[in-house]
Design a protein around this ligand. Structure first.
Ligand code: C5P
Length: 307
């Protein structure tokens, strides 16, 4: 077999409710993930030893050593099966790097699925999800896609229906624009800033919003716009105050709502239709408040092997 290619979507958190810091340093979450149609592709081919390469506009920002989640995924899968992770992983990167859109997690899930197919392991889905959770809090969702509620540190998933479709199904219920910022934000730094901003505050137990879940289920963009919420947004804005101007540029241009995507610094704009997506993207680029803007739809399917 020459190689196996897997396509994996980015995500936006339509609700990210964050609890207080736990003794292990993580935070309990009610994290409503929605997969969006920006994708990385990971190709696994047989090799003498484990190597990683990457291409794409931001490829120079992707680590190619064992800190890359794709490499770690290959190592964990091989270790479980008592084999050697002799594979070359090539990543075609289209998801913003360190952008709060789970690009690194996507590569972890993609490599896991690609290696499983290349090595003919047929690892049960539940075991793949365990490995994903070991790789990182957002990695299980990259495998599953669609829409899901993540609890615990975000890794324990329940799939959610969107716009009448099943959670894992691809479709075009919602239209988005993503403003890509210059440089990334470190996820631990943003959670650290969340803790600093909430010092002495009794942070409530995180819970999913019934109004938001209903808006997702019915595919109602206006209702979803009113319910979007990200508890990490004040922390991301505190570390990167210039994001306020990006959020304002998108809403001024007619977006239904704007929020920071996950830990940022990518900002997400929910829009009513594809025409509005194009005009909001053009206005964001013209505003000079972001590096570039990308248009996408959701939900998108999870990681899957391409023919
Ligand atoms: O799980 P992952 O490796 O993606 O997490 C990266 C960092 O984000 C953690 O080390 C932690 O600082 C923070 N985090 C958190 N609570 C979560 C998820 C992530 O504090 N639920």
């Amino acid at each position: 077999m020459s190689g196996v290619t897997v396509r994996v979507p980015a995500k936006v958190n339509v609700q990210l409710a964050v609890g207080g810091a736990r003794p292990d340093g993580f935070h309990d979450l009610a994290n409503v993930f929605l997969a969006v149609s920006l994708y990385d592709e990971v190709t696994a081919t047989p090799a003498e030893t484990l190597t990683v390469t990457c291409e794409g506009p931001d490829a120079d920002k992707v680590p190619l050593d064992r800190s890359n989640l794709a490499a770690r995924a290959a190592e964990l899968l091989a270790a479980r099966h008592g084999i050697s992770p002799d594979v070359h992983l090539h990543i075609v990167k289209d998801i913003p790097v360190a952008g709060g859109m789970a690009g690194g997690s996507a590569d972890g899930a993609g490599a896991l699925l690609a290696c499983d197919a290349l090595w003919g392991l047929n690892t049960p889905r539940a075991e793949l999800l365990d490995i994903c959770a070991e790789l990182g809090s957002d990695v299980p969702f990259s495998l599953v896609g669609g829409a899901a509620l993540g609890v615990g540190r975000g890794e324990r998933l329940t799939e959610l229906p969107v716009g009448g479709a099943a959670g894992g199904a691809a479709g075009g219920a919602f239209h988005w624009v993503f403003a890509v910022a210059d440089g990334g934000l470190s996820t631990p730094a943003v959670y650290g800033e969340f803790d600093r901003l909430n010092e002495g505050v009794a942070v409530p137990e995180p819970a999913a919003s019934p109004v938001l879940l209903d808006a997702l289920r019915t595919g109602d963009a206006t209702a979803l716009a009113g319910a979007l919420a990200n508890d990490l947004q004040p922390a991301a804005l505190s570390l990167r105050p210039s994001l306020a101007a990006t959020l304002a540029a998108g809403t001024d241009a007619g977006a239904l709502a704007a929020l920071v995507s996950g830990s940022g610094p990518t900002t997400a704009f929910l829009v009513k239709d594809p025409e509005s997506a194009e005009s909001v993207a053009a206005a964001l680029i013209a505003s000079g408040t972001c590096r570039t803007a990308r248009v996408a739809t959701s939900p998108a399917a999870g990681a899957r092997v391409l023919d």
